[in-house]
Design a protein around this ligand. Structure first.
Ligand SMILES: O=P(O)(O)OC[C@H]1O[C@H](OP(=O)(O)OP(=O)(O)O)[C@H](O)[C@@H]1O
Ligand SMILES: Nc1nc2[nH]cnc2c(=O)[nH]1
Ligand SMILES: [Mg+2]
Length: 167
């Protein structure tokens, strides 16, 4: 178990923002596949990669969608990443023409494990921190290493007190 650096800042992502950023990722990946620009399949890194992978698959009209499950974090503490479910290797092969999608790269350890599994795949994330950035082929937004990204599925709308009280 490695205790991670403290996260001084929070970056809170709404569904709307995630949708726009995942669409931007699809836009960037479009036409980059090896078969006349097309991609054969999408593999989502569960669980955080599933929503962005769905949006990318929809935008790029990719109907073959699979998952790879990597377990490493327990809340904000990281252990060695372990692949606990692989995609269908008959379909995915060495990853040629396959897009692997995750919500973010932080230390890059999750993607390192995935890349060993599918060395020829194109790996893309919506958000990237500097440490993991070299591990991904494509990303949309960089956030600093001391920032924790909060995704819409981790949050709920709640009341916020006004700056100036009336009582
Ligand atoms: O670059 P790394 O330091 O390896 O961290 C990035 C990974 O951590 C988070 O997943 P997590 O393991 O928390 O699981 P989840 O997607 O199921 O929430 C995130 O969704 C990435 O997959
Ligand atoms: N939600 C979330 N999961 C992570 N896993 C590794 N880094 C992060 C992060 O910044 N936010
Ligand atoms: Mg994840």
């Amino acid at each position: 178990m490695t205790d991670r650096l403290p996260h001084e800042k929070g970056f809170h992502v709404s569904w709307d923002q995630l949708h726009r950023d995942a669409r931007a990722l699809a836009w960037r990946l479009q036409g980059q596949g090896p078969d006349e620009g097309a991609w054969r399949a999408v593999v989502a890194i569960t669980r955080g990669g599933m929503a962005p992978a769905m949006i990318v698959a929809r935008e790029l009209d990719i109907r073959v969608v699979d998952t790879i499950s990597v377990k490493s974090y327990n809340h904000q503490t990281q252990a060695a990443p372990k692949i606990i479910k692989s995609p269908d290797m008959d379909v995915i092969g060495d990853g040629t023409g396959v897009l692997v999608i995750d919500d973010l790269v932080d230390t890059g350890k999750t993607i390192e494990a995935v890349r060993r599994h599918m060395p020829k795949a194109q790996i893309a994330t919506v958000y990237a921190k500097p440490m993991g950035r070299p591990q991904v082929d494509t990303f949309i937004t960089e956030v600093s290493q001391d920032t924790w990204i909060f995704f819409p599925w981790d949050m709920a709308l709640q009341y916020v007190k006004p700056y100036r009280g009336t009582d």
